[in-house]
Ligand binder design. Sequence first.
Ligand SMILES: *Cc1c(COP(=O)(O)O)cnc(C)c1O
Length: 478
Amino acid sequence: MSFNIHLIFDKENENIQQNFVPKMDIDITEINEILPENLLRKELPLPNIPEIEIIRHFIKLSNRTYGVDTGIYPLGSCTMKYNPKVNETIVKLPGFANIHPLQEENQGCLELLYHISKLLGEITGMDGFTLQPAAGAHGELAGLLIVKKFFESKGIKKRKIIVPDSAHGTNPASAKMAGFSIIELKSNEFGEVPLDELEFAMQEGDVAGIMLTNPNTLGVFDKQIKEITRIVHENEGLCYYDGANLNPMLGICRPRDMGFDIVHLNLHKTFSTPHGGGGPGSGPIGVVNELIPFLPKPCLISTKKGLICKNDDDKSIGRIRAFWGNFGVIIRAYAYILALGAEGLKRVGQIAVLNANYLRILLQQNYFLPYNRICQHEFVLSDQGLPNDVSTEDIAKRILDYGIYAPTIYFPLIVPGALMIEPTETEPKSSLDYFVEVMNKIFEEAKKNPELLKNAPHNTPVKRLDAVLAARKPILHD
Ligand SMILES: *Cc1c(COP(=O)(O)O)cnc(C)c1O
């Protein structure tokens, strides 16, 4: 049978048209009057394609899409964990999905925002939260504007921020956007912050503080963290925690207890929302009591009459995003936290660490592991010493041929030819084992048939792209 979708647009077949397409609520003759003649089409050649062909076309395209629902997604620093499907049902409940953001009197939604702020406070140890920032980097910017305003309010000029070289690129970028200049600290041989150099840098005088990820992008937990935050505080600085790597810390160690004053969380990473390709995200920031007046406004206050929006703090850095942030991501995070509870969240962290160390031990048999110590949720290999000059890029491309996604490559910058691997807690042992099997096969290929790797991928719809040409002569539009 060939069901013809053209039918539904067939003017002569009024009944069918009415069944499929809602009646137009405008008068088509009016359009003819409003639009100039030259913009009006005489003919509209709609496609005339049997349903089966359309279905096959779109199914074929959807099969090309790779996601965590398809297989392992070991993209380090991104925490591409499985996102429970029940969250999608919850986020579509009419009370959430059909609400207008200006319906501020909607106590149900405000309560959700209020309650998740409290839960995030418990998880991080912080006293106050804003849910406005739309991503981690946006949270960083908001946090640094708070740092700036805090010192300005005391009449102190501070122009610099310390960022270790193991930081995510967004850290120095956000600091710059907030008007600071950056002092880069070189990590020591353990991938940690060198205390003596930190002390020296802090004594420059106009240093506002430090931005730090712990565990850092090497997956290394800096055991001297209490010393680091003490040195910064003693020199009248503030400590900013980049919480993108909170996953392994959940229920085990709180940024506040490490000595931090401000923290951003990536709800879309740690607290499960499908992400990638630029969104959607949510990067709430939490602060200690002293910094609460500087949080973006409006903030929610609990009163006898219910929750109200407070808009009138003149110390606030102001609004940094419309309405209440990415509400959908916040709902998913809330559902995720409530479903797991305190014990469940702790287990998330533990299994994330276990999975990463399982891979670390098995993969270092063939691959060079520059910082060889127990890792947290991720670790970084290097292409150093691979046979026949095979590079990180060759490996990443060849992995695609085996039907799985590649790790993060060439980041962090302190490891040349980095392959940054983060399996997350939701990967079963069978898929970790398959990943190791693929990596070992690729190592054997590198020895025996390096050309296979250098021309990879072979099985994907798009083959190896000419990266040099793309960089030299980019075509940025059609
Ligand atoms: C992802 C990430 C960020 C930035 O967060 P976005 O939500 O992508 O803006 C910052 N720091 C680290 C360590 C990250 O992994």
